[in-house]
Design a protein around this ligand. Structure first.
Ligand code: GLV
Ligand code: MN
Ligand code: MN
Length: 401
């Protein structure tokens, strides 16, 4: 099977053109935005050109299907509100290239997917969560983004492309190539990571409601300032989690919305995202207890009312042994002695797909360990090495995986 490097890199750059923004190779292509829909239309054309049958389900997950049983490969083509050109896009275009090369060589049948809203504009990996059966379409439709738009309304943007459900029964396994999005491979100088497991995640919105008031006339001791509550909560939480976490555990307040968000008004309401990730389900649960208790304590001490939004989450998932073995053999052939096995701290569609199919993942280095920023990038020879490993692995597996 012969990978066409130039065709692969050229398609990757073309995809970046949909929503290109910021410095370097930045992208703004959130789920269901015009750039996302245009990118999906272009991808559908590329799938068709590659001899694949194009299907889209109600969520906007886009499939290019081979005839008969096949291996499914791909990732997502939506981006963070400020994202890089490779997060998800690499896995989709690599899958397309391997599907084309395999077909030309008479190799195993490869189908291609670009899942929708992996980046969680509306939740956590919502497109593959619905396809994988973790979330019903009706539940997903009720999810809202940070400005209150509902997923059920947003997905109207792809309604004209929807063909129907795509059954997982036709696939023997799922393989996803992705950039690492962290510093491990970049620091060690290794070219390939074969993923062993993907961490679990919990994500919910928390609201502190105090009293909006005048910032000049309200004495400090009489204030019920929602920002002060968030600030105290954050400081206390960092302290209290110390006894629960490991050096691999992470937690993030990434979105804060203050009302009314004006210099001369004591903020009356703060709504913020609270997200935490770890490889152990029981640790995720212990962290939840600490988070809820700390928020309750701060609310009581500062005269706030407190509410918690719905808890979203995914469990940690282990990769399939025989798919991993094929990726490891491919990694050793392409980068002898220069690859490692490693866990993934980022979430991926593979987590949801694992409810239906054996799954495995491959990483290539992220320069400077940067991702979810316009600065995200990977050296071209590393991108190509990742595709070569995929090609070797699927050639060894055959369509029956
Ligand atoms: C997905 O990009 C994640 O947040 O890990
Ligand atoms: Mn991604
Ligand atoms: Mn991402």
């Amino acid at each position: 099977m012969k990978i066409d490097e130039d065709r692969f890199l050229s398609d990757l750059h073309t995809l970046r053109g949909f929503g290109a923004a910021g410095v370097g190779k930045g992208v703004v292509r959130p789920a269901y935005s015009p750039a996302d829909v245009d990118a999906r239309k272009w991808l559908a054309g590329k799938m068709q050109e590659a001899g694949l049958r194009v299907e889209m389900d109600a969520m906007g997950n886009l499939f290019g299907l081979a005839e008969g049983p096949s291996i499914l490969m791909g990732s997502h083509s939506d981006s963070q509100p400020e994202g890089g050109w490779l997060d998800g896009a690499l896995g989709v275009i690599a899958a397309l290239e391997v599907a084309r090369a395999s077909r030309a060589a008479g190799g195993p049948a490869i189908s291609v997917v670009s899942f929708q809203d992996e980046e969680g504009r509306f939740g956590v990996t919502t497109g593959s969560a619905v396809w994988g059966g973790h979330l019903s379409l009706a539940e997903a439709d009720k999810l809202t983004d940070h400005v209150g738009a509902a997923l059920g309304d947003a997905r109207e943007a792809v309604a004209h492309m929807v063909t129907g459900d795509v059954s997982p029964d036709q696939f023997s396994g799922f393989v996803e190539l992705h950039i690492e999005q962290g510093p491990t491979l970049d620091t060690s100088g290794e070219q390939i990571g074969v993923v062993t497991e993907i961490v679990g995640i919990r994500d919910m919105k928390i609201t502190f409601e105090g009293q909006q008031n005048h910032a000049g006339t309200t004495p400090m001791h009489l204030r019920r300032d929602a920002f002060q509550a968030v600030s105290s909560f954050n400081a206390l939480l960092n302290d209290r989690l110390r006894n629960v976490v490991t050096p691999q555990t992470v937690w993030t307040i990434g979105h804060v919305s203050l009302h009314p968000n004006a210099s001369s008004i004591v903020p009356g309401r703060a709504v913020f995202s609270m997200q935490w990730r770890d490889g152990q389900t029981d640790r995720l649960a212990r962290m939840e207890t600490v988070i809820r208790e700390t928020a309750t304590e701060v609310a009581e001490a500062q005269g706030m009312s407190l509410s918690f939004g719905p808890m979203l989450g995914l469990e940690p998932v282990t990769m399939d042994n025989s798919l991993c073995a094929a990726l490891e053999a491919g990694a050793e052939a392409v980068a002898p002695g220069n690859w490692r096995k490693m866990p993934s701290g980022a979430l991926h569609d593979a987590t949801n797909v694992s409810r239906h199919l054996p799954v495995a993942m491959l990483f290539v280095p992220s320069i400077g360990g940067l991702s979810h920023t316009f600065e995200e990038d990977t050296r071209e020879d590393d991108l190509v090495a990742g595709v070569e490993v995929l090609a070797k692995a699927v050639a060894a597996l055959g369509s029956g995986a």
